[in-house]
Ligand binder design. Structure first.
Ligand code: SIN
Ligand code: FE
Length: 293
């Protein structure tokens, strides 16, 4: 797998949808939008107590920021603005670069990652330095895909990722062992869970797809042989770079880096140029049954 470098606005380049769908990364060595110097300086001044929060999150749809306990009100307001601006800029960029998905995505959270990743101590399931495909415990996608746009705001240090071969190869090799057959059985309590969740209770109804993907995230992180022996590709995303990737297709881990910003969007799997490449289609083929709710 590879990171394909594109220049924003230049025609006759590889099709970004195709790059993403086959499990590669779209890289803009220079971020195609401006971030005012004052905003960048402020971002670089943010210190997060890792005991309290993993990242600072922004929910664009509610215009709310979280993960900022213990920060002063003035800093919270500036962070909120910076994340809101970042979110708007990346959505605009994504609409220009990925028009095929544009009317078919749901805006998910944005984040600021101000903690140095190298040497970070986190509980196993939250560790960023172990290869994994993404799945969100609180936001099942029902087969839709996790597109993430990252920007390395650090002025001097790259953000370093290790990746592995994309989902199809991984699933062919590990899905059965990771419990696809069990996950594929419909949850008899799905309807009840859904009603309880809709009524505001902390209950999450997951489709068979979401149950598998969540379990697969943990399975990969806990699989020492996979972590040790799988093919590995190393990428240094330079200061000022922006990259896009389907993080449920591309297994990834972070080796080092500090001060990244990120926006997530959930892309309809039906909007892919080739929907057969969506993880849900790959898993349904392996399971021999439908996995959406
Ligand atoms: C992740 O999604 O595993 C983290 C990626 C990053 O923070 O660079
Ligand atoms: Fe991840």
């Amino acid at each position: 797998m590879q990171a394909v470098e594109l220049t924003f606005g230049r025609p006759d380049q590889a099709d970004p949808h195709e790059i993403l769908e086959r499990g590669d990364i779209v890289l803009f060595r220079e971020t195609p939008f401006d971030m005012p110097a004052a905003e960048r300086e402020f971002i670089l001044s943010v210190r997060l107590n890792p005991e309290f929060h993993k990242n600072i999150a922004f929910k664009p749809n509610a215009d709310r920021i979280s993960g900022v306990a213990k920060l002063e009100a003035d800093s919270v307001a500036r962070l909120h603005n910076a994340l809101r601006n970042y979110s708007r800029r990346t959505v605009k960029l994504a609409a220009q670069v990925l028009p095929r998905y544009q009317s078919r995505w749901r805006l998910d959270y944005a984040s600021l990652r101000p903690v140095e990743e190298c040497g970070r101590e986190l509980p196993l399931k939250k560790r960023n330095d172990l290869l994994h495909t993404d799945a969100f415990p609180t936001r099942p996608t029902n087969g839709d895909m996790i597109l993430r746009i990252f920007t390395n705001v650090n002025p001097s240090k790259p953000r370093v990722w290790i990746t592995s071969d994309p989902f199809e190869m991984l699933a062919n090799r590990y899905a059965a062992n990771a419990g696809l057959a069990a996950a594929a059985r419909p949850d008899p309590l799905f309807g009840i869970r859904k009603a309880l969740g809709a009524a505001g209770l902390p209950v999450i109804a997951r489709s068979p797809y979401d149950r598998f993907m969540l379990g697969f995230h943990d399975y990969l992180k806990m699989n020492e042989a996979f972590q040790r022996d799988c093919p590995k590709y190393r990428f240094e995303f330079p200061p000022g770079a922006t990259w896009m990737v389907f993080t449920d297709v591309v297994p990834h881990s972070v080796e080092s880096g500090q001060f990244a910003m990120e926006q997530t969007m959930i892309v309809s799997h039906e909007s892919l140029a080739d929907p057969r490449r969506a993880p849900i289609a790959i898993l349904e083929k392996l399971a021999g049954r439908g996995l959406a709710a």
